[in-house]
Structure formats: structure tokens, C-alpha cells
Design a protein around this ligand. Structure first.
Ligand SMILES: [Zn+2]
Length: 415
């Protein structure tokens, strides 16, 4: 067997294994949630009605079953792109245009991106207008959905094309250490995006207004003073334009740093609960979770770019995936297809670290605000977002960025 045949077989096996694992976990999740549908877990018996519990079970199962269809579909798409010869065909289309070098490479990236976006589109539409609507969460009109979609495409082109052009140029011209320069570009790009997101990008999709409620504002400002945290913007976002799901988040850094509350969250929580949720978010910041995450991602991307630098010089990397025309752009595309089949192994590690951070942020919130308020806020959020209280343990261990409600609340109650 030639090196390219071996590599093709390894890719196929990894894709098959990753797909089967994902499907198996999803099937377990549906089974487990369905099996616990009849009874509200003991710890929530007083706060969550059987009706809400069953809605959460049905919503979780509907979402998970649909995700299974998407997992299977995606695997089929990757097989068609590679062994089915679609990527080679797209290369030939891009070669028809009278472009050379970076221009031709960019065209290939755009073609692949357009194809993937078109294939993903029906799934997104179904999720929003069928599943979210059925459970009463969706607030989007088709017109708003189309407008959001158009804006996302425009943004992807506005930021993606220059970034792609720089990376392709570095790959072609920067010599042996191109991956190091590409990494520096990537890190700078990410920092840039984090810095401009709150002020340039988020306002394209939502309206932000300073928090008005004087009582809440005072509480929040006191909390921040207590935690030694300075931030200028305390914003409320009109999340209710799209969904009834509620949330709160931190964004930006330096002068663009702000705290954003969804209007849907403020409508449901009392001031004490809002303060507790904010204290949890402050905890993430104070305990440097955000910086740690970014550092991990940066380190991983350096390793991956180095690896890309090596595999793109190997003829088997292209031939094994049924591509006869090696190029820098093709290397990027193939790498983006192959890598996730292996990094799925990192998923549970990332989820574990994230859950650890959630516990730490909860502890911070318990120390700086009220643990009892955080518990009641969490219960409201679980109930109103129809999040399941009874996830399959393995599914949860593999994917969940947040600890299961039962474990989280049990810890807060002893805090
Ligand atoms: Zn958190």
C-alpha cells in the first residue's frame, strides 16, 4: 500500500470513528432524557413543574435528534468532497478563472465556503423556524433571518478575504517559517476581532442601550467596586428580537470592554439574581479564564499551523484525499476537513476544563454576591431555556461546557 492509500484509509477510519462516536453519544442522550421524562429530579421538585420538565425533555430530544441527522449528513459531505472528487472539481473551476497565485487560491476558498454555507443553510432554517418555533423560543421573521444571513456573509467576506489573502501569500512567499508568521497574523486577527466586536460588529445585529433601571444599576456598580472591576459600558441588548432565550456576557477589552445583558434576562430575574449572575461572569474575568482560554487556543493553533506546514509538503496528503492538484489553498481546505476528525479527542478535555472554570466562577459569585440568588437565577434560566436537568452522563462529560444543573446547584447550596 502506498503512503497516500494509507493516509486515505486513516482519514476514512478517523471520520467513521468520530461520526459513530457522535451519533452514539446523541442516541444515548435522547434515551437518557426520555427515560427521565416522567419525573422532575428530587432536587428541583419544588421549583420546576412537571410540565416544564417535560417541555425541556422534548426540546432536548428534538434538538439532539436533528443534530444526529446533521452529523450523518456532514460525514457524507466530507466523503463527497474528498473521495467523491468534488474538491478536485472545484479546483478545476477555480483554475478556469484568469487568476493566478493568491487570487486563484482565494477563489477556491470562496467556492468551498459558498458550497458549505449553502449545504448548511437548510439545517439552520429548520432549527430556527421549526424546532425553536415549535417550543415557543423563536421570535425571528424570515425577513430578519435573511437580513442576518446577508450581513454574516458580508462580514465573512470583509474579514475573511484579507485574512485569507495574507495567509496564502505567506504560505507561498514567506519561506520555511511561513507558519510562524501566519500564526502571528492569526493571533493579531483574533485580538483585533475581540477588540472591535462590541463596537463595530455586534451593533450591526442588535441594539444596545445603557442600563436604565436605577436600583439595578446601583447594585451592579457596587458589586463591581467590591470586586475591583472597572468597566464603562453596562449595556442591555434587545435579544428579544430573535429569541426568548436569555443570557449575559462580557465582551471586548481595554476601552471596548463591556457587560451585556439580554433584555430577556432582565425581564425574568430580580435584581439580586442579576447581581449573582453578573458576579459569576466577573469571576470568569477575575480568575483569568478568558485569558487562559485564549492562550490555550493560541498555543494549539501554533501546533496545528506547524503541522499544516509539514503535511502540505507531502504528496500523500493530497493524493490520499483524491486531490491531484496540490496548492496552498487546497492544503488549507484539506487540513480544515481532516483536523476535526482527530481533535474530537480534545473535546472532552476542553469541556472538562470549561466545567472546572464554571465551578470556580460559581464559587467566586458565592463569595462576592449571594449563592442563594445564583441558585434561584440558575433554576429560572434552566426552566425558561428548557435546558434538561437530566443529561446523559457520558454525553455531558464529552460536550458540556457547563456542569449539570444538579451538580452545580448542589455545590452552591453548600457554599
Ligand atoms: Zn460561566
Amino acid at each position: 500500500m502506498s503512503a497516500s492509500n494509507i493516509f486515505g484509509a486513516v482519514f476514512f477510519a478517523a471520520l467513521a470513528l468520530a461520526t459513530v462516536t457522535r451519533l452514539w453519544l446523541a442516541a444515548r442522550h435522547v434515551r437518557h432524557v426520555s427515560a427521565h421524562r416522567a419525573r422532575v429530579p428530587e432536587a428541583f421538585a419544588y421549583e420546576i413543574s412537571l410540565d416544564s420538565h417535560q417541555k425541556a425533555a422534548d426540546y432536548t430530544c428534538a434538538k439532539t435528534r436533528f443534530a444526529m441527522a446533521e452529523i450523518a449528513f456532514d460525514a457524507g459531505v466530507l466523503l463527497l468532497l474528498t473521495f467523491g472528487g468534488v474538491l478536485q472539481a472545484l479546483h478545476e473551476v477555480s483554475a478556469l478563472a484568469l487568476l493566478e497565485g493568491v487570487g486563484r487560491g482565494l477563489l477556491l476558498l470562496v467556492l468551498v465556503g459558498a458550497l458549505m454555507t449553502a449545504l448548511e443553510m437548510p439545517f439552520g432554517i429548520y432549527r430556527t423556524f421549526v424546532i425553536e418555533t415549535r417550543f415557543g423560543f423563536n421570535k425571528m421573521t424570515p425577513a430578519l433571518y435573511a437580513l442576518d444571513f446577508a450581513k454574516s456573509i458580508a462580514l465573512a467576506l470583509a474579514f475573511g478575504l484579507p485574512l485569507g489573502a495574507i495567509v496564502l501569500w505567506l504560505m507561498a512567499r514567506a519561506g520555511e517559517y511561513w507558519w510562524l508568521y501566519a500564526w502571528l497574523t492569526w493571533v493579531a486577527f483574533n485580538v483585533f476581532m475581540v477588540a472591535v466586536y462590541p463596537t463595530w460588529i455586534a451593533p450591526l445585529f442588535n441594539r444596545f442601550s445603557p442600563m436604565q433601571d436605577p436600583e439595578l444599576k446601583e447594585r451592579v456598580e457596587k458589586l463591581m467596586a467590591r470586586c475591583g472591576f472597572r468597566v464603562k459600558g453596562l449595556m442591555v441588548m434587545d435579544g428579544s428580537r430573535r429569541t426568548t432565550h436569555g443570557n449575559a456576557y462580557f465582551t471586548g477589552f481595554g476601552t471596548s470592554k463591556r457587560i451585556v445583558f439580554f433584555d430577556t434576562l432582565l425581564a425574568r430575574l430580580n435584581p439580586g439574581e442579576v447581581e449573582a449572575v453578573l458576579a459569576h461572569e466577573l469571576g470568569h474575568f477575575k480568575l483569568r479564564h478568558v485569558v487562559k482560554r485564549m492562550a490555550w487556543l493560541a498555543a494549539a493553533s501554533l501546533a496545528f499551523l506547524w503541522l499544516l506546514g509539514w503535511v502540505m509538503q507531502q504528496p500523500w496528503f493530497y493524493a490520499g484525499l483524491n486531490v491531484q492538484s496540490p496548492s496552498t489553498a487546497m492544503a488549507l481546505v484539506l487540513f480544515a476537513i481532516v483536523l476535526p476528525q482527530f481533535t474530537i479527542l480534545l473535546q472532552p478535555v476542553g469541556a472538562l476544563l470549561s466545567r472546572r472554570h464554571e465551578f470556580e466562577a460559581d464559587r467566586y459569585a458565592a463569595e462576592n454576591a449571594s449563592a442563594r440568588d445564583l441558585v434561584s437565577a440558575l433554576i429560572k434560566l434552566y426552566r425558561d431555556n428548557a435546558a434538561t436537568l437530566t443529561p446523559d452522563p457520558l454525553h455531558s462529560m464529552f460536550y458540556d461546557s457547563h456542569p449539570p444543573a444538579v451538580a452545580r446547584i448542589a455545590r452552591l447550596k453548600t457554599a
